[in-house]
Design a protein around this ligand. Structure first.
Ligand SMILES: [Fe+2]
Ligand SMILES: [Fe+2]
Length: 189
């Protein structure tokens, strides 16, 4: 693989690179705990925000050129679209061809119904990696001690609560993903 680490270090802001390394390391710890391949988790974590700092028109160009059909809500938001764009960049620029990794990158901005353990790990590591300092992070780290699904639910809840407080719209797949993980917890899965 073309040196993704060095390329990301060069292309991302120092803050974003530190965050990406934090997600990679946190993802490895969770992978060890939950029986996922550690190298897979590391690569997905390191790459997850590889498109995050691209301007919106470039993200749109990336997904259009890849022939992806993306709904207008996601297409209008860097916060949502950098997942889908990131999966394209990870494949094309870094040669990542593991579909499990690409999907974990793709859905880390929204969550989804029926997430795999790897997808949950990247989604959650994004919230709790060591350089994160926002107010809800302590509660999400605490919830993670109860289990992977509890951590993921706390992540969804914090995002949805924040969006409500900001009078922002909530992406529908995030609501569906949150309800799905809640159901998993209630079912004891
Ligand atoms: Fe992200
Ligand atoms: Fe991130």
């Amino acid at each position: 693989m073309y040196s993704m680490y060095e390329d990301l270090q060069k292309r991302l802001s120092p803050k974003r690179f530190t965050h990406s390394l934090g997600v990679a390391k946190t993802a490895v710890l969770l992978a060890r705990q939950y029986g996922v391949d550690e190298e897979t988790a590391y690569i997905a974590g390191l790459a997850h925000d590889c498109a995050k700092e691209l301007p919106l028109p470039i993200m749109q160009q990336v997904v259009n050129e890849a022939g992806l059909l993306i709904d207008p809500y996601m297409l209008a938001s860097t916060a949502l679209l950098h997942g889908a764009a990131g999966a394209v960049v990870a494949a094309n620029r870094y040669g990542i061809d593991d579909e499990d990794i690409l999907e974990a990158i793709r859905v880390h901005t929204t969550g989804k119904v029926g997430m795999t353990t790897l997808e949950k790990i990247i989604f959650l590591a994004d919230y709790i990696e060591p350089s994160r300092t926002y107010p809800a992070v302590t509660a999400i780290r605490e919830a993670t001690k109860e289990g992977l699904n509890q951590g993921v639910l706390a992540g969804y809840n914090s995002t949805i609560s924040l969006l409500i407080r900001q009078n922002s719209s909530i992406y529908f797949k995030t609501v569906l993903g949150r309800n799905d993980i809640l159901q998993e917890i209630m079912d004891g899965r």
